[in-house]
Design a protein around this ligand. Sequence first.
Ligand SMILES: *Cc1c(COP(=O)(O)O)cnc(C)c1O
Length: 402
Amino acid sequence: MQQLSNEQLITIAKNYGTPLYVYHAATITKQYQKLKSAFEKSDVVFFYACKALTNINILKHIKSLGANIDCSSINEVKLALHAGFEPSRVLYTSNGIAFEEIEEAQGLGVHINIDSLSNLEKFGQRFGHAYPVGIRLRPNILAGGNLKISTGHDKSKFGIPVEQIEKVVALVNQYNIFIQGLHIHTGSEIKDVDVFVKGIEVLFDLIPRFRDLEFIDLGGGFKVPYKAGDAETDMQLLAEKVKEAFDNHPHDKHLQIWFEPGKFLVSESGYLVAQVNVMKENAAAIFVGIDTGFNHLIRPMFYDSYHKISNISNPGGEERKYAVVGNICETDTFAWDRKLNEVHEGDYLVFHNAGAYGFEMSSNFNSRYKPAEVLVKEDGEAVLIRKRDVFEDLLRNQVVVI
Ligand SMILES: *Cc1c(COP(=O)(O)O)cnc(C)c1O
């Protein structure tokens, strides 16, 4: 699975210092091609869910592949436009936002998915049939790797619950709203393709209620493998099942299929490289203390995600069990009882699958700097795409009053 060699990663780490995020463009390309080729027989459009990783160079690379882009905030919409995406290729899937942001997105000419009755009503009052819009529904399906990353179940805040469909239809009729699409996003790390089929069935029942429909948006959430033996969402199987469902659907209208993959496109492309500061041994464990923490990679602490870790400085070393911990004054355990090739102070450790929700969720907690980011381009050249913070960044927006 590792696409960059240990030697390449060590050279890059020596050049740019650690902790450091490194992304491999060719892996993103490979993942996109996997999606494209699996779905080549269907009318499918992929919108990269950019909240996974928004560095402008990554956005431009993904644009160059021909993908569209899905945004979770108005600022992501602006970043997407800044990266050169045409408004018609930008989708804003909103969630709990102020109506002003929807108006702003409308002004920018992008696609919008609305996820509440109240914003739908305001949209109808303001735009009537003049601007097409999608609605985000909550299908009441429990799916995803962890409850914190499940979004389609019956206690989730996301979307308009399908049982309120009559209220949706009433608003649509009252204001003659142009409902262009129906959207669901059930969660992240969904390996069971039947979850998507179930979602399609829920949406298909609703198709006759909306005469202007042009697309069905099935969201993202494809699973990626984190360790040997882990499953990836079976794209071929998913593509077959989706095609079958759409071919057999009872409504004669042609509907385009939209997906919003985030993690699937960028997870595997990313590495977080850290260096070992201190080794500490006590009765409980041998601690490997590294020069990063949950300020740079919060996923293991936030929702128990597993990241494979390799000691790239000593790949042939004897395996021992370690606790890999950060340097933050909070408990920030990356891994417990983890087998690594023998570790010494100064070694470089690499976290795999760090492309999605890694840098993007980083912070300046403990007044530490956010890491630098490096992109290994398709031609193999490693280039800096974000500078490491400097001291002034910590004070940048503070107002000194005393
Ligand atoms: C986060 C998100 C996605 C992407 O989820 P992944 O698990 O990264 O594929 C897609 N659609 C919406 C609306 C999202 O919020």
